[in-house]
Design a protein around this ligand. Structure first.
Ligand code: SF4
Length: 263
């Protein structure tokens, strides 16, 4: 079993490394952004330096968003209405990462704006943050649908599959490595398994703090990650809210923060 897991991890790393590196956004020097032509720096311009070497994180984040908005690397790009790069404070100490956009997000091009998003807003507020203080994104940037021929159908959302995540994760990894938050919250099993432990169940890894390790880029500074339930799962199973709050209190304690006072 261990060797199978190891092989899976190696296959994933090789797959990502073997993918084109020419759309990774990097800096050519401390205060100079790599020249980007058609949103694609050439291999010669690929310096291996990290986005956090840049003076202007906002420009890097905009470049990433621009690449995401025109991306067609996987089939989801052909059926999306709008890509959803993510939004929030690019200097955030805290990032929330879900699995992928749903019906509303596909239409608005913004993450977590449906019913699950409204619950996430309440969770963020209960933690003592404003939505604008954190950064919110997803593992994949385009809407995965059960029936891609009918994008107007409600209840047509599905979780992204392994291949879609493998192709798209370059974007979320570069976003993390640009923002460099202190903590990431993986919302739901897909994000938790993708970012913490592929072979584990959400129930076995949630509520514990791990060191985040990325596949496509090397983190410039240590980032911690904790997993809890996806807000959509909490809407389907309100009884899990108490457990989710227990997970998030572990995070708040690690951050040295207290929950917002009860209204
Ligand atoms: S899901 Fe990601 S990889 Fe696929 S088309 Fe959208 S941005 Fe590109």
């Amino acid at each position: 079993m261990k060797s199978e897991i190891g092989k899976l991890a190696t296959d994933l790393k090789n797959f990502i490394k073997s993918s084109d590196e020419d759309d990774l956004v990097f800096c050519s020097g401390k205060n100079n952004l790599t020249q980007v032509k058609d949103n694609k720096p050439s291999q010669a311009e690929f310096t291996g330096k990290n986005a956090t070497d840049c003076a202007d994180k906002a420009v890097v984040m905009e470049q990433l968003a621009s690449q995401i908005n025109s991306c067609a690397r996987c089939d989801l790009g052909a059926t999306r209405i709008k890509a959803v790069p993510g939004e929030g404070n690019i200097n955030a100490k805290l990032m929330f990462i879900g699995e992928g956009p749903g019906y509303e997000e596909d239409r608005q091009g913004r993450p977590f704006v449906g019913k699950a998003g409204q619950l996430l807003d309440k969770i963020i507020a209960a933690m003592g943050f404003a939505r604008e203080e954190v950064f919110i994104a997803n593992m994949v940037k385009c809407h995965p649908m059960i029936d891609a021929s009918d994008p107007d159908k409600r209840g047509n959302d599905r979780a992204p599959n392994f291949d879609e995540i493998a192709v798209c994760r370059r974007y979320i990894e570069q976003q993390i490595n640009t923002i460099l938050p202190d903590y990431v919250v993986a919302l739901g099993g897909v994000a938790a398994k993708s970012l913490i432990m592929e072979a584990a169940s959400l129930s076995s890894i949630r509520g514990k703090i791990y060191d985040l390790r990325l596949s496509a880029v090397e983190l410039k500074k240590p980032v911690k990650i904790i997993a809890t339930f996806h807000p959509a799962a909490l809407l389907r199973n309100p009884g899990w809210k108490k457990d989710a709050w227990t997970d998030l209190k572990v995070l708040l304690a690690a951050m040295g923060r207290a929950p917002a006072p009860r209204q």
